[in-house]
Design a protein around this ligand. Structure first.
Ligand code: ADP
Ligand code: G6P
Length: 355
């Protein structure tokens, strides 16, 4: 039997290249929903799924139709649509949305093989994260909200070096080569999905340090589509105006090169958007409340919730800059979207959260 309208799963898509912060973002998101998501108990230890009381996160690598050997033989990368089964992805996401459990395959990242499937029961919120959540039009149409993490090449390189050299012992040359090898397929199949996203988090090198090439200080832009149902973009000072703000001073401690916020309307792939930008990094997270109090439409449940979340996960990558700050804000917006969808289905009056 399938679920009544009031119980239907809300489906969120999160797209990004691998190594671009999807799992960190998921940890921030599930924390906003009130509990860390864990791997399924008693199942395949190599499962890519994470489950909390409210949320199930599935990794779209599980819909690889070609395993590692198959990809090698055919000469296609994991980013190539030919290595992925979009028919099955569509059927299963649709079934879950309709309240029906599915037997989802598991792509084993250790062996590079497809393992026997695991059962996914319909959760309140299903997040599909991976390389192609917005690639197939049928899957895209099932999404209630979509996010694209757009990490610029310079920053991607800096992060990958950090991880692959430090943790996996790869050489600088091999990292460069692997990024270069992925680039044509990334440009062809992954990057174009950002035009469909309701929110894009763009991560770029700072403009506060002339000719910076270290990639440590970041300029992060939160691009929010206008007119999306149940989603009201965040704004700084006054909605729809254009603002440039340096919060450093008596109420916010900043060291070189400081912090600069900008906000204003723009267009993105022909769509009207609002863009909130933060360049620079925070010195003291407890002072973040000062910045938070100048933002509106945050969908927080109490004064200072964004700051509280940031302090709680101060050890996650990106907590001192716009990546962590905007991921946390998007988490609050998704919670609000979910609550509005549920309320509207139940026929209750929808009151937009204030903050
Ligand atoms: P994914 O799930 O997309 O593969 P992760 O969340 O595991 O990505 O992040 C991969 C690596 O990228 C992390 O180990 C970290 O080094 C780096 N990273 C991710 N997000 C950030 C960030 N906001 N700031 C700095 N480094 C980050
Ligand atoms: C991407 C995919 C993974 C894949 C990896 C390496 O990051 O998300 O599923 O394992 O590429 O692919 P390879 O073909 O080298 O195993």
């Amino acid at each position: 039997c399938s679920a009544s309208d009031a119980e239907k799963t809300v489906v969120i898509g999160l797209a990004a290249d691998s190594g671009c912060g999807k799992s960190t973002f998921m940890r921030r998101l599930t924390s906003v929903f009130g509990g860390a998501a864990e791997p399924p108990k008693g199942g395949n230890p190599d499962s890519n799924t994470l489950i909390s009381d409210t949320t199930t996160v599935i990794c779209l690598d599980d819909y690889h139709s070609l395993d590692r050997t198959g990809r090698k033989e055919k000469g296609v990368t994991a980013l190539d649509p030919r290595a992925n089964d979009f028919d099955l992805m569509y059927e299963q996401v649709k079934a879950i949305k309709e309240g029906v459990a599915v037997d989802k395959p598991i792509y084993n990242h250790v062996s590079g093989l497809l393992d026997p499937p695991e059962v996914i029961k319909p959760p309140k919120i299903l997040v599909i994260e991976g390389l192609h959540p917005m690639y197939d039009e049928r899957v895209r149409d099932l999404l209630d909200f979509s996010i694209y993490l757009d990490i610029s090449n310079e920053v991607k390189f800096a992060w990958k070096i950090q991880r692959d050299m430090a943790e996996r012992g790869h050489s600088l040359e091999s990292i460069k080569a692997s990024i270069e090898a992925r680039k044509p397929d990334f440009d062809a199949y992954i990057d174009p999905q950002k035009q469909y996203a309701d929110a894009v988090i763009e991560v770029l090198p700072t403009q506060l340090i002339p000719d910076d090439n270290e990639g440590k200080v970041l300029r992060v832009r939160l691009i929010m589509k206008e007119g999306v149902k149940n989603f009201n973009p965040v704004y700084l000072f006054d909605e729809g105006s254009t603002i440039s703000w340096i919060p450093c001073g008596r109420k916010l401690t900043c060291s070189y090169p400081g912090i600069k916020f900008t906000y204003g309307p723009d267009t993105y792939f022909g769509n009207e958007v609002s863009v909130l930008e933060m360049d620079g990094q925070f010195d003291r997270l407890d002072e973040l409340i000062y910045v938070e109090s100048h933002l509106s439409n945050l969908s927080s449940k109490f004064y200072g919730e964004v700051t509280q979340q940031m302090l709680k996960h101060a050890d996650f990558p990106g907590s001192n800059n716009g990546t962590g700050f905007f991921q946390t804000i998007v988490g609050l917006k998704i919670r609000d979207l979910y609550e509005q969808i549920v309320a509207s289905r139940a026929g209750a009056p929808v009151t937009a959260a204030k903050a």
